[in-house]
Design a protein around this ligand. Sequence first.
Ligand SMILES: [Zn+2]
Length: 143
Amino acid sequence: MTEPSSDDGSACRRETERVVNEIAQGLRTLDAGEGWFSGLAPTRRQEALQEVAGYAIQAHITAADGRAGVARSGVKPTANPSVMICMEPPRYGFAGLPPAEYAKAFRVLVSVFAVADTRRREMYCKGDCGHAWHNLPVVTEQP
Ligand SMILES: [Zn+2]
């Protein structure tokens, strides 16, 4: 590890968590999220991908979620990240992809997470739960 400051890292993780959940809950568009992602330094992009993959794992995504998420991600079903997430079980080695595929991987992962997390919110949370990430402050999206 060559991370100069752990404070820095945890601030970045909080930001990633917020962005991903805002997209999943319709508070931010996927394109705006990709814009945020593309503005990160390359090492941060890799960390963010690993983090989003962790959320997808926690959300227990299925191959059906993978296909539904890929369909809404705008990424071709034949692209590497799409193929990986639709495997049974899904493969999560996105940080090992070439950097040119990171943005596609981000779109796919966030979209698939959104499918699984929306199901969880609608089936179990019912707008009333203790999950911090389901109770985000309402923000006004910048155009
Ligand atoms: Zn919840």
